[in-house]
Design a protein around this ligand. Structure first.
Ligand SMILES: NC(=O)c1ccc[n+]([C@@H]2O[C@H](COP(=O)([O-])OP(=O)(O)OC[C@H]3O[C@@H](n4cnc5c(N)ncnc54)[C@H](O)[C@@H]3O)[C@@H](O)[C@H]2O)c1
Length: 282
């Protein structure tokens, strides 16, 4: 099945980025938020990113204008009725996602592929109780979605081969590097990276290392493109803690639990780049 039109539900950090990827790659895109204000916030975020691309010579003004014209914003789910693919990027909670997928099932055509961008929930659990769970898959983008090329295409228990193949092809056509995986906790990257970053944070205290030196050690000694403290600051301490807790709850390894140091940073509101302070000041 060829995907021409795309719906994105939830236009926060991830959804706005995913909508941008979609319009930039030539797809008519309908974005749905819960208020006009949030829709306009998403439009101006996308506009800002594209303007920067034009200023840096990476995109022409015409391409930017055409991309923005492909973006339609709505607060009504009914406007997603004609989409071939709908990507959900709302709050990371099971019940709201289940309710949304049940509504999407009512609104969209039977062949529309329904994808969730969940990081830590089970895609199979989100699809449970639907009439057509075979068309539900995971499409796990990374933040910032317009920049990072990886998309994990997640096959849930009942996902059809066709749905997985169509989502993979769409992601590839949108300039991404998709990979396929099963619906296991943390999928690929978070399953590996979260416990590893937690180890890095524990080493700060165990070995008496400063965040600066730890980052210097891992970039120069292990060839990491970015130090672990800078990376956790970029992801956001709260997001990382939440993902750690979910992985720990699902798989139970001690190293998956968030280190005390991160929990206290979260209590103090030092959430990384977004609050101006985490391991480093911004
Ligand atoms: N932030 C990340 O780094 C990251 C990375 C990969 C995946 N994810 C996943 O993506 C999803 C979204 O995360 P985020 O960081 O963008 O969250 P966010 O809080 O920035 O955005 C969520 C948006 O969804 C909107 N929303 C809530 N319910 C809605 C509904 N029923 N219809 C339409 N809009 C609705 C909210 O108003 C909000 O703007 C989560 O499942 C998260 O786990 C996040």
């Amino acid at each position: 099945m060829e995907i021409r039109s795309v719906g994105v539900v939830g236009l926060g950090t991830m959804g706005a980025g995913i909508a941008q990827v979609s319009v930039q790659s030539g797809h008519e895109t309908v974005g749905r938020e819960i208020s006009d204000e949030l829709n306009e916030r998403a439009r101006s975020t996308i506009d800002r990113y594209l303007t920067r691309a034009v200023e840096k010579g990476r995109m022409s003004q015409e391409s930017k204008d055409a991309a923005l014209e492909r973006l339609r914003l709505t607060t009504s789910l009914d406007d997603l009725a004609d989409c071939d693919l709908v990507i959900e990027a709302i709050v990371e909670e099971l019940e709201p996602k289940r309710e949304l997928f049940a509504e999407l099932e009512r609104v969209c055509r039977p062949e529309t592929i329904l994808a969730t961008n969940t990081s830590a929930l089970s895609v199979s659990a989100i699809a449970e109780g639907l009439e057509r769970p075979e068309r539900v898959i995971g499409m796990h983008f990374f933040n910032p979605a317009p920049v990072l090329r990886l998309v994990e295409i997640v096959r849930a228990e009942r996902s059809s081969d066709d749905a997985v193949a169509a989502a993979y092809a769409w992601a590839e056509g949108a300039g991404k590097q998709p990979v396929r995986c099963n619906d296991t906790p943390g999928f690929i990257v978070n399953r590996i990276l979260i416990p590893l970053l937690n180890d890095c944070v524990r080493v700060l205290d165990e070995a008496g290392v400063s965040p600066d030196d730890l980052d210097k050690a891992m970039t120069n000694g292990a060839g990491w493109p970015m130090g672990p403290c800078a990376l956790v600051d970029l992801v956001g301490i709260d997001i990382h803690v939440h993902a750690s807790e979910a992985l720990h709850a699902a798989l139970g390894e001690d190293r998956m639990a968030p280190p005390e140091r991160l929990l206290s940073m979260q209590r103090e509101g030092k959430l990384g780049r977004k609050t101006g302070e985490g391991f480093f000041r911004y």
